[in-house]
Design a protein around this ligand. Sequence first.
Ligand SMILES: [Zn+2]
Ligand SMILES: [Zn+2]
Length: 259
Amino acid sequence: MGGLLLTLKNLFLPIFCKACGERLLTEENGFFCPDCWDLSPRIARPFCTLCGRPHKGAVGFGTQSNFPCALCRALPQKKRPARRIAGAAYYDGPIGEAIRLFKFQGRPALAGPLGETLTEFALRELTLAAYDALAPVPLFRTRERERGYNQSALLAREVQPHMPGAEYSEALKRHRPTRAQSQLKTPEERRKNVSGAFSMADDHGLEGKTVLLVDDVVTTGGTVMECARVLRRAGAAVVDVLAVALAVKVPGAPAPRRT
Ligand SMILES: [Zn+2]
Ligand SMILES: [Zn+2]
C-alpha cells in the first residue's frame, strides 16, 4: 500500500502492535512493532545440523558451531529422507502469532516480514547457491482455493531472489486433503495422515537435483519428511527443508503451542 494511502487509512482505522499495544504507523512488520518483532525468539547457534533443534545446555560452552544432536545421530539414514531441517525462529511470540494470522486469518501480506526472517536466516546458515531447485510444501487444491494462496509458496517466493540459479518448482502436489499434523496424537496417526498424500507431476525435471523445500512451520516433521520422501523417490539427489519456525520449546518457557 502506498505511504499516503496507508497514513490516511491509519488515521481512521489505527493499527496497534498485537504484542505491546503500541500504535503502528505502517503495516511493515505485519501488526507488530519493530521492537516486539525483534524480540520474538530466534533459533540461535548452536543447533542440530540435521533437525534444526537448538542444543540444550550447549550454549554454556560458548560454542558457535552447529553439530548433529544425539537423536539424529541414532536415526538410520533411510528414516531421514530430508538431509536436514532448518528453522529460523521458535513457533512462539510475535513470529508465531504472525504465522497463525498468515495461515488462518487471510493475511498474505505477512509473507513480507516472515519471508525476511526466513531469508536472513537462510543467507546466514545455508549455502543457497548449492541448490538447483526451490519448492514449497503444497496445499490440497480446495484448501488453496479457500485460502486464496499457499503460504509456503509465498514464503518460497521471498527467498527466490537470493537463489538466481535455482528453478522454482511446483511439481510436488498434495493430491488429497490431510489434517493438521499438530492435531493428531500418535506418531502412527500422523504417519497415516500424510502417507501417500503427495505425488510428483510427471515432467518434474528434478532428477539428480539438490532441492530446498520451504514450509511455514515444522511441527513433528512428518509432512516435510513425507514430501522429501516423494521428491527423493522421483529422483531428487538431496532435499533440505527450510522453515520460518520450528515448534520446539523456547528455553525456559512452557511447551510450545502446536496449532
Ligand atoms: Zn510491540
Ligand atoms: Zn537433531
